[in-house]
Structure formats: structure tokens, C-alpha cells
Design a protein around this ligand. Structure first.
Ligand SMILES: Nc1nc2c(ncn2[C@@H]2O[C@H](COP(=O)(O)OP(=O)(O)O)[C@@H](O)[C@H]2O)c(=O)[nH]1
Ligand SMILES: Nc1ncnc2c1ncn2[C@@H]1O[C@H](COP(=O)(O)OP(=O)(O)O)[C@@H](O)[C@H]1O
Length: 351
């Protein structure tokens, strides 16, 4: 998880008088902490060129040192690093002589996420995430037309901050694409089953999109919360409207294409839809962009022209960057962009 309770962060900032038995190593650059039959040596730098705090594990049962696969962005080395074990599955590390936005870090050592990654990678795994406070804890709703790059941006975020974010795996009645895995990208389901589950109140929201049913189950969001992570929802504008109307306080982001031509190019280059489906998605895109503009649902509009720039803006608005919010807010300037996009003619006439 990427967050510590605010009261706890305050306590440790005051000088670690918190009763959590924080192990301080003064101003040494390494510290050790025992979790089960493993001793974690944290600190220094495992790699001089990247200058990240390194992690090594001494496995008491085999008597060997192990160099784990380290996921997430590790903290930079500091003059002192104190650790405390939380829930037997993650270590809270406090950097000494550090700024408030860089002093608390989590190292997941045996969470469900880390256990899953161990299975996939076949190695010992640990995952870093930075402790964050305030609005950064809210779930993130990402909407935008098909092919604009929502999935790409979410993948980038999950890759860079693997233990901070959890993806809400939606249910859908559409057929799975080649590379999609049931239970990972979507829960693929039959319409009759999903309709019954909707009636049984198992969904937070649902919508008919491009001729198929999509929905966020209560369980999908609970799984992420139970894992102590920040939930990311990739849902359409109708779904975003339902979440907005609910008691869930989220950050709403709409991703916009640079032009309809570019959107069509991306959708075709992805090669996952039939010609008929591409045309349907392009027709719907126009209405979706209009709603993104006028619905008043979205706090931020991201303009996905250059992917890296757009990703940087996404990180900024999520509080993952030191500088101020860099997204294009819903202001007259942003609306002008949207109008330009909508006024450009698509190369293909919708039927
Ligand atoms: N309302 C709602 N929309 C969803 C959900 N899951 C996915 N969607 C939206 O359904 C639309 C189609 O998704 P998909 O078939 O994966 O195609 P893509 O848009 O090209 O990625 C996208 O706008 C998604 O954001 C959900 O649980 N609820
Ligand atoms: N800024 C960008 N520039 C060029 N191609 C992009 C950009 N962002 C995403 N793509 C590509 O566009 C296609 C659609 O992106 P995807 O993430 O699947 O969209 P969505 O999830 O919104 O439907 C993918 O092939 C992706 O690699």
C-alpha cells in the first residue's frame, strides 16, 4: 500500500515516539529488519549508477543471500533509514533528514501483489511505493474514447507504481481480445449472468457501451481496497457519471485525442477490432468527447498527443510529481482544444 494514516505519519515525523518500535540506524545508510525467517538488509545503493536504496535478503533457512527483483520506484539513498514492520507483509521505511513528500516509503515483502509477482517471475520479489497523503488517496476514474490511450497510460502507472495502484477489473459481455486474460483485464461474462448479478445489486455501476454491457462490481473495488491500494477505474462517461453521483469521492480524468484522425489511426493500428466495431467506436467517440467537455463530471482533461508528456501530466495531477498540477484543467483553454478536435472532420464518414 502507498499510504499511511496521517496521524501515524505525523507521529513518526515528530521523532518516532509512536510505540511502533521503529528501528533507527542513526545516520548509517543501511538497516536490517526480520520478517519471518528472512532478514532484509535495506539501504546503501545496490547500483551506483541509479543511486537507489538497495535491498538484499538473508534467507535463514537456506543460509544464503538473495538479490530480489525490485518493483516500483525505490527511494534515493539518505543519511539514515528507520524501519518498522506493518502487518507482517510490508515494511515502513522513514528517511531521515528528508522532505515531507519523500520521507515515508513502503516496501512490500509478502503482500498478495508481491506473492503473485513471485509466482509470475519465479524470483524473490519486493515492491517499493512512496507514502502519500491527502487527495492522492482518492480513487481515480479514467474515461475517454476508445483508442485514445487510457489502457496504455494505466499500464504505465501500474508499472511505475506497482504497489500503490490496483486496477478495478470490470465485468464485460464483449469477447476477449487475443492478449486479454480473464480476471486480469476483464471478467468476461455472459449477458444473462451479468444482468442477473446487476439485479442482485452486485454492481456499483454498469453501462451499455458499443453494444456490450460493462460494469464495476462491488467486489472489484473491494479487492483493491483490501489490498490497501488506490483504485483505478477505466470506465466510460456513463459509468463516470454514476460514480460521481455516488458517495465515492474520486478524481475524474478525461483523456482526449489530439484529433479524430489520430484516434482512428490508433484504433486501427491496435488491430483489435473488426471494421464494423472500429466504425461504431469512432461514431461513439464524438459523443463521448462532447460529454467529456460538457458533463461537468471531469476534474481534469488530459490531451494525449505525446504519450510521455501526457503520462507526466497524469502523474502530476495524482500528486506523484513534485511540481504543481500539470493537467489541462476544465477551463476555457481546455474547452477550445476540445472544440477544435470535434470540429475537425474525420477521414472516414460514419454510417
Ligand atoms: N461504465 C463502465 N464502462 C467500462 C467499464 N469497463 C470498461 N468500460 C468502458 O468501456 C469502453 C470499452 O472498453 P473496451 O471494450 O475495453 O475498449 P477500449 O475503450 O478500446 O479500451 C471504454 O470506454 C471503457 O472505459 C465498466 O466497468 N463500466
Ligand atoms: N500518445 C500516443 N501516441 C501514439 N499512440 C498511442 C498514444 N497513446 C496510446 N497509443 C496507442 O494507441 C492504441 C490505443 O491505446 P489504448 O491504450 O489501447 O487505448 P484505450 O485503452 O483508450 O482504448 C495503442 O496501440 C497504443 O499503443
Amino acid at each position: 500500500m502507498g499510504e499511511a494514516p496521517a496521524f501515524f505519519l505525523d507521529e513518526v515525523q515528530k521523532g518516532f515516539s509512536n510505540g511502533f518500535d521503529l528501528k533507527s540506524n542513526g545516520c548509517d545508510s543501511t538497516t536490517t529488519i526480520v520478517v519471518g525467517n528472512k532478514t532484509y538488509l535495506i539501504g546503501g545503493s545496490s547500483n551506483e549508477s541509479t543511486l537507489e536504496i538497495g535491498v538484499q535478503i538473508f534467507d535463514q533457512s537456506s543460509g544464503e543471500w538473495v538479490y530480489p527483483t525490485v518493483l516500483g520506484t525505490a527511494p534515493k539513498p539518505s543519511k539514515g533509514f528507520s524501519t518498522v514492520l506493518l502487518n507482517e507483509d510490508r515494511i515502513l521505511g522513514i528517511k531521515k533528514c528528508s522532505t515531507p513528500d519523500d520521507f515515508a516509503w513502503f516496501l512490500e515483502v509478502d503482500t498478495p501483489y508481491v506473492r503473485q509477482q513471485k509466482k509470475i517471475l519465479g524470483t524473490e520479489v519486493v515492491a517499493w511505493s512512496k507514502g502519500v497523503k491527502g487527495k492522492a488517496e482518492k480513487p481515480v476514474v479514467i474515461s475517454g474514447p476508445s483508442g485514445v490511450g487510457k489502457g496504455t497510460l494505466i499500464s504505465m502507472l501500474m508499472k511505475e507504481f506497482p504497489s500503490m495502484f490496483g486496477f478495478s477489473v470490470s465485468h464485460t459481455t464483449r469477447a476477449s481480445r487475443n492478449m486479454e486474460k480473464d480476471g486480469v483485464h476483464y471478467h468476461f461474462t455472459d449477458r444473462s449472468v451479468m444482468e442477473k448479478e446487476i439485479q442482485d445489486g452486485k454492481f456499483l455501476e454498469f453501462a451499455s457501451v458499443h453494444g456490450n454491457l460493462y460494469g464495476t462490481s462491488v467486489e472489484a473495488v473491494e479487492v483493491v481496497a483490501d489490498d490497501g491500494k488506490r483504485c483505478i477505474l477505466d470506465i466510460d462517461v456513463q459509468g463516470a457519471r454514476s460514480v460521481k453521483a455516488s458517495s465515492i469521492e474520486a478524481i475524474f480524468v478525461f483523456v482526449c485525442p489530439p484529433s479524430m484522425e489520430e484516434l482512428e489511426k490508433r484504433l486501427r493500428a491496435r488491430g483489435t477490432e473488426t471494421e464494423e466495431q472500429v466504425l461504431k467506436r469512432l461514431r461513439n467517440a464524438k459523443a463521448e468527447i462532447e460529454q467529456g467537455q460538457s458533463s461537468g463530471i471531469f476534474d481534469h482533461i488530459l490531451y494525449n498527443d505525446d504519450l510521455e508528456e501526457c503520462y507526466k501530466s497524469l502523474k502530476k495531477l495524482l500528486g506523484l510529481d513534485k511540481s504543481e498540477n500539470g493537467s489541462l484543467k476544465l477551463n476555457p483553454y481546455g474547452l477550445i482544444f476540445l472544440r477544435i478536435i470535434l470540429s475537425r472532420k474525420s477521414t472516414r464518414k460514419s454510417s
